[in-house]
Design a protein around this ligand. Structure first.
Ligand code: ADP
Ligand code: ASP
Ligand code: MG
Length: 436
């Protein structure tokens, strides 16, 4: 069994849905995870923000616009009146729920219910399309088995048991379709796995259900050696170790959700990145194999805040770092990069929610300086310390870029640089030019 995930662009129009339908029609007992049609999640968030601003007129206008888009999709996707009717009924029911939600008072809980509708709609359309084409696909509601705890971590035992039960209830199905991204939380409310979370759903299900492979189908032929949105002439990387892919995903390679490699790595299930627009392209295979002596790719993570705590001679005294870390733990803020010296410690965070409180407490330990709008540039490959020259090559590439922090040696697979936001594109291009 394989788990196959198709992203927003891959199901972004009637034509694309038909295309995916063809790609999965030969699958036997595979699990197909779908994102919302591209643009839908953003539209739903806009609707939610209109509700937040008490702008009911705007909310209902946006809902009508989205409804029209789905009516058009239904018209071109389905061949027969019977299926046009079935699809219209299914999508209307979801829009009626959306309308009812839009009349309620705004809350984060409400927003999560609203944003979940995108995956509900794409999966219903795909399932009905497959039925019209004569396939016995079954829609498994992700909200019956995808569940997270209060830290947003998947509840593995629950998911494994409930997803297996849902599958076993349909032994005659050709394939199973389910929603990516959406889940329930510890209170049983509708929640999600953060933007881009459908990759994570696929990896969690593939890992827990013992899939032979997890396929992530998207709009590009695999993981490229640099971010194609900022650098020209990037090339696909055909093989990546789990650790390399995990570093790239976490440090900004948008093709993968930041934590989606973790379940696959833990359960040793290979992940293959493929292109729906070019299904014959080799793509990228991510598995437990390392290609020695090579730099694989570069990625950038935006919206980073650097914090420096500078103190006198007592700084690196016994127990000092513990006090610093305890403050971040208390405010549930994780640290990405860290460097120390005799007089200070610099670290980075990507979540400013509790920054003010963190700053107040850190100030008791020393002088605190904060730099916002920074970017982490991460170079990934076989960066084991005994290899010579790779870190020097990366540094040489950045010789004309001001670098605020460098982190090397935390793993065998990455070297990271903290730079200013305005230097990001230049740095990415220089690294491509010098390293590949
Ligand atoms: P999906 O909707 O299928 O989940 P995403 O938009 O989330 O697709 O991810 C695919 C996009 O990721 C590509 O179109 C590309 O612009 C972007 N991207 C950023 N960095 C990389 C990279 N290193 N390799 C490939 N794609 C990348
Ligand atoms: N639809 C969600 C998003 O746009 C999840 C996903 O596409 O993976 O973020
Ligand atoms: Mg994505």
């Amino acid at each position: 069994m394989k788990v196959k995930k198709f992203g927003g662009t891959s199901v972004g129009s009637a034509e694309r849905i038909r295309n995916v339908g063809k790609l999965i029609s030969g699958c036997k007992k595979d699990i197909v995870v779908l994102s919302a049609m591209s643009g839908t999640t953003n539209s739903l968030l806009e609707i939610s923000s209109a509700i937040k601003n008490d702008d009911t007129k705007q909310a209902s206008q946006l809902i009508s616009q989205l409804r029209e888009k789905y009516a058009d999709t239904i018209n071109s996707l389905f061949r027969t009146e019977e299926y046009k009717h079935k699809a219209t009924e299914a999508i209307d029911a979801i829009f009626n729920e959306l309308k009812a939600l839009s009349e309620k008072t705004f809350s984060i809980k409400l927003e999560k219910e609203i944003v979940a509708k995108g995956e509900m709609m794409s999966t219903r359309l795909m399932n009905l399309h497959l039925h019209e084409e004569g396939f016995n696909s079954v829609l498994l509601p992700a909200l019956d088995f995808m569940k997270i705890d209060r830290h947003g971590e998947p509840l593995e035992e629950f998911i494994k048991e409930e997803a297996s039960k849902a599958i076993a209830a349909h032994p005659d199905a050709d394939l199973y379709i389910t929603q990516g991204f959406i889940c329930r939380n510890q209170d049983g409310d509708v929640d999600n796995l953060q933007r881009g979370g459908s990759d994570y759903t696929a990896s969690i299900l593939g890992a827990l259900l013992g899939a032979e492979e997890i396929e992530i189908w998207t709009d590009i032929d695999g993981m490229h050696n640099n971010d194609p949105r900022f650098v020209e002439d990037t090339r696909p990387v055909h093989n990546l170790h789990f650790e390399e892919a995990a570093e790239l995903a976490y440090f900004g390679a948008k093709i993968l959700h930041p934590t989606c490699i973790l379940p696959a790595r833990e359960h040793n299930v290979p992940v293959r990145l493929l292109n729906t627009m070019d299904p014959a392209a080799e793509g990228t295979l991510i598995e437990n194999k390392l290609e020695r002596n090579s730099i694989k790719a570069v990625a950038a993570k935006d919206n980073i805040t650097a914090i420096k705590i500078k103190s006198g001679r007592m700084l690196l005294a016994y127990g000092f770092l513990k006090k610093v870390f305890e403050i971040f733990e208390k405010y549930e803020t994780s640290i990405d990069m860290i460097t120390t010296s005799e007089v200070g410690v610099s670290l980075t965070i990507d979540n400013e929610k509790n920054l003010q409180l963190i700053e107040e407490e850190l100030s008791k330990l020393g002088a605190v300086t904060i730099d916002r709008d920074m970017v982490i540039i991460c170079v990934v490959g076989d960066l084991e310390w005994t290899n010579k020259g790779f870190e020097a090559a990366a540094l040489e590439a950045l010789r004309n870029v001001p670098v605020r922090m460098i982190s090397y040696g935390g793993s065998n697979y990455n070297i990271s640089f903290l730079i200013k936001k305005e230097d990001k594109t230049k740095a990415l291009r220089l690294l491509s030019y010098h390293l590949f």
